[in-house]
Design a protein around this ligand. Structure first.
Ligand code: ADP
Ligand code: MG
Ligand code: MG
Length: 493
């Protein structure tokens, strides 16, 4: 059996009373420090109530060596995806693969090309901002040492950086309050193994740096959000730090509101929202087809893209985060085009899982064969974001057969299943209820990159903290808001 704890007792055993005390302390700390999510609408239709975010009772163990490895890769990933986003020809080739099979991604690219045509290939705003998150699971089969495998890299709306800092603070508070007991395993919980996580402030810094680079002191950052967003407080923390650390005001609006109240000044190319000059547009919506409720919402995205505001992300950067792009980058020759440095390339390649296309190429044929012979080793992914879209293991052949015809298969990628260690247990507290079980943790590393998409010069590039999300081993997807996963923090071992 694959392990990371090597038999160490963790988490420490607690009496029923200790668990109850810990739960109350965790809940109250969360409620009093904004480690919260909006209560489900059905319970509180008036929208005023929040509940603590689903959270693990203990930080989950993560090997320090692999944690450092993931963090050290981030600036290279930032640079890679900035370069991919700037390569219109490369991305156009990829969209051809998705033409007719994925309307949403095709529409995004069409809009990008339309904007390119209007601006005659010279973007109104050369600066581009990426607030990325690269996600990893530990892979550990047999007796082999666990290693790092990338799940995906998100280039739009990467969430939980706001709450993640607080989750680490919460666990640190519980430890300092001596609430983790003194049983075996409690000795692992100490200041040095429970790092402070700077994600909230670091992401705000990314927005602040872009705002400064835009160079209009009274302008705002526009947070484009989903109406009724339950995870609004995660976003709020970025707004608060942006104000506190940079003196920059942010305003929230849905795509529909942007459609109604946003306008492009044709002479100056400034974007204004309710009359306020927008320096940076930060998308926490727009990554999923259902966000575009009317033609006017597409029009709103186009208008912002055409403006002088710095986009986080641009349409091209959004598209660069497609799973299809991730699959193509697994090919060493393709990767070499963007990462000429052998050493850096080896570092990145080292954490890639096998990903295959479902097209007519040789690799596509291989993928078909694998689906027929050993589907239990794979996960099938469409070009969607936000969780809950994948098809796992034995369900893959039937799912593909049910598609109207085989040409639609090209809209998916086939990815080798990562097999996380099986010896980790934790307790997850959700809506006050504690459940214990075997868990799997997914590490996300945030990255900020500001670059000039015309000269390809990188202006700022830094790692921006991390996120640990933990789910029970028997649930396939880890969506926190969707009701499967929880926020966690790392215990370095
Ligand atoms: P999304 O963009 O919707 O978040 P992901 O690629 O992150 O899509 O997949 C969602 C979830 O599915 C991940 O958080 C992870 O729990 C699980 N998952 C994805 N790829 C793999 C894989 N190769 N092996 C094991 N689990 C995976
Ligand atoms: Mg994603
Ligand atoms: Mg994901």
């Amino acid at each position: 059996m694959s392990t990371i704890l090597n038999g160490a007792a963790y988490p420490p055993t607690l009496t029923e009373e200790e668990t109850a005390d810990l739960t109350v302390a965790l809940r109250d700390w969360s409620l009093s420090h904004g480690l919260v999510i909006r209560a489900p609408a059905a319970v509180h239709p008036e929208d005023e109530a929040s509940v603590h975010v689903p959270l693990t009772l203990h930080p989950s163990p993560f090997p320090k060596k692999l944690f450092d490895q993931a963090r050290n890769l981030q600036t290279a990933f930032n640079e890679l995806y900035a370069k991919v986003a700037d390569d219109s020809k490369f991305l156009t080739e990829i969209t051809k693969e998705l033409a007719g099979v994925d309307d949403f991604m095709s529409d995004l690219w069409k809009l990008h090309l339309e904007v390119e045509e209007i601006t005659q290939g010279v973007p109104t705003q050369p600066l581009s901002l990426g607030l990325f998150r690269s996600d990893y699971l530990l892979h550990a089969t047999g007796t082999a040492e666990p290693s790092l495998r990338q799940v995906e890299l998100n280039t739009i709306s990467a969430s939980f950086g706001g709450l993640s800092s607080r989750a680490a603070d919460c666990h640190r508070f519980l430890q300092k309050s001596a609430l983790y007991g003194s049983g075996p395993g409690s000795e692992l919980l100490k200041d040095g193994t429970m790092p402070v996580n700077p994600s909230a402030r670091s992401l705000a810094k990314g927005l602040g740096v872009a705002h400064n680079a835009y160079g209009a002191s009274k302008s705002i950052v526009l947070f484009v959000v989903q109406p009724g967003e339950r995870n609004a407080f995660d976003q709020r923390w970025l707004e608060y730090y942006l104000l506190e650390d940079f003196g920059v005001v942010s305003v929230r609006a849905s795509l529909e509101e942007v459609a109604e109240f946003g306008e492009l000044d044709l002479a100056s190319k400034e974007f204004r929202y309710k009359g306020r000059h927008v320096a940076v547009v930060y998308y926490r919506a727009g990554y999923t087809p259902t966000d575009y409720t009317t033609p006017a919402t597409w029009e709103a995205r186009k208008t912002m893209e055409l403006s002088k505001a710095i986009k986080c992300p641009t349409l091209a950067t959004h598209f660069a985060g497609a799973k299809k792009v991730q699959q193509v980058l697994v090919d060493e020759l393709v990767l070499a085009k963007f990462v000429p440095d052998n050493e850096v390339r080896d570092k990145l390649k080292g954490i890639f899982a096998d990903i295959l296309p479902l097209d007519d190429s040789e690799l596509g044929k291989k993928a078909r064969k694998l689906i027929g012979t050993r589907p239990e080793k794979y996960v099938l992914k469409p070009q969607r974001e936000g969780g809950g879209n994948n098809v796992y293991r034995d369900k893959i052949p039937g799912f593909l057969k049910d598609l109207k015809d085989e040409t639609l298969w090209r809209g998916y990628i086939l990815m080798e299943l990562i097999e996380p260690p099986q010896d980790v247990r934790n307790l997850i507290i959700r809506a006050g209820k504690v459940t214990e079980g075997n868990v799997i943790s997914e590490l996300g590393v945030f990255g900020c990159v500001l670059w000039d998409s015309t000269t390809h010069e990188i202006k700022q590039n830094f790692e921006a903290g991390w996120l640990l999300r933990t789910k029970f081993a028997d649930s396939e997807e880890g969506g926190v808001a969707a009701g499967f996963g929880s926020i966690d923090s790392v215990l370095l071992i």
